[in-house]
Design a protein around this ligand. Structure first.
Ligand code: SF4
Length: 361
């Protein structure tokens, strides 16, 4: 373990300047040697760190080479001239990077970096849905395993979900696996949506009542919500969009007081950059999966080339088509407009599909 020294202080002080509003100075002598070591290892191994917006500020601002939402990161991965990618995010993100950069070594620093949404559905579930709804196009959110993507016609992100669903030019589309995202998309399009009962364990916890309480206690607050929250929460928000849209909204509008209704670290990361004229109110819902990634296991991942992500060829070729097909569509991202119409959406789950097993036996 390297100790904090004048040399490390000299190299890392400019990094601390970036995060001093969100990382207490007493913690820096512990973090700085780890940050120093990661940056040294990246050069030695020709590696890059891709960090999701929900990573903690020490990773996001001090060791990441690229930051963004899951798709932005995977697209960066395609263009980077590096041998190794360390994904500071969760497993489906590392898989997406591997799909788009099959020749690079992709590492995930923790095997516990899963996702409740991705875990809610399997490739077999999608095959069952296709048996129930023959001919209906399947769109899977990027927050799914490669096995699920392999069964889809196209992937989508929260930024482009509305446009991807509409791109088929049909009346009905299966949109998986986030029930709330699907309901929110259904409220923005005339395409009938068939959903799956998956939830993000971070975003499902926010309630409209909680937001109303924040409005009362912080008059003038701008409330920005991620579309993995319930339709009732989006109704209560002033603006809704993907993580990148929320960041753009704050940068462009610079509201004096803002609450980002999404994973807690994102407010830290944006507030570290934006300056003190924007006050962040933080409803702190942390993603336990994202938080399994830390400076220490990034070091171990690079030193030991540990936890390489691999995808069987028969799955990766089909999953890549779904992701690349979405990229090739080049549809514009679309924010979620305030609409009071809550469309009824069929929400499928394993129980509702179980009779298909009996029929096919
Ligand atoms: S925030 Fe939600 S969707 Fe994102 S990784 Fe965590 S559980 Fe999954």
């Amino acid at each position: 373990m390297i100790k904090y020294s004048p040399e490390i202080a000299k190299v890392t002080d400019p990094l601390f300047e970036k995060v001093k509003n969100v990382i207490p100075s007493v913690e820096w002598p512990i973090m700085a040697p780890l940050i120093y070591r990661i940056n040294e290892l990246k050069t030695e191994k020709n590696a890059v760190v891709l960090a999701h917006n929900y990573q903690t500020p020490d990773i996001y601002h001090c060791v990441a080479d690229f930051v963004g939402d899951s798709l932005q990161l995977a697209m960066q991965a395609q263009q980077i001239d590096a041998d190794i990618i360390v994904q500071a995010g969760v497993h489906f993100m590392a898989e997406t990077s591997k799909l788009l950069s099959p020749d690079k070594t992709v590492l995930i620093p923790s095997l516990d970096a899963g996702c409740s949404l991705a875990a809610s559905i399997t490739g077999e579930d999608v095959r069952q849905l296709k048996r129930k709804y023959p001919g209906v196009p399947v769109v899977t959110y990027v927050n799914t395993s490669a096995g699920v993507k392999a069964e889809a016609d196209l992937c989508c992100t929260s930024a482009n979900a509305i446009a991807v669903v509409e791109a088929f030019g049909v009346d009905r589309v299966i949109l998986l696996p986030d029930e709330f995202l699907s309901k929110n998309v259904a409220g923005q399009t005339d395409v009938e949506i068939i959903a799956w009962k998956g939830r993000c364990e971070v975003h499902e916890r926010f309630t409209a009542e909680e937001l109303r309480q924040y409005r009362k206690s912080s008059p003038g607050i701008s409330i920005l919500a991620h579309p993995e929250c319930s339709p009732e929460v989006l109704e209560e928000a002033d603006f809704a969009g993907s993580t990148s849209s929320l960041i753009r909204y704050v940068n462009v509008n610079r509201p004096p007081k803002v609450m980002m209704v999404t994973e807690c670290s994102m407010s830290d990361n944006v507030s570290a950059e934006i300056g003190e004229d924007v006050e962040f109110i933080r409803p702190c819902n942390l993603c336990p999966h994202m938080k399994t990634i830390n400076l220490q296991n990034i070091i171990e991942s690079l030193e030991l080339i540990r936890y390489e992500v691999t995808i069987p060829e028969d799955i990766s070729s089909r999953a890549r088509q779904a992701v690349q097909g979405m990229i090739d569509l080049e549809v514009e991202g679309k924010d979620f407009e305030q609409r009071s119409v809550l469309r009824s959406v069929v929400v499928e789950d394993r129980l509702s599909l179980s009779h298909l097993d009996t029929v096919s036996q």
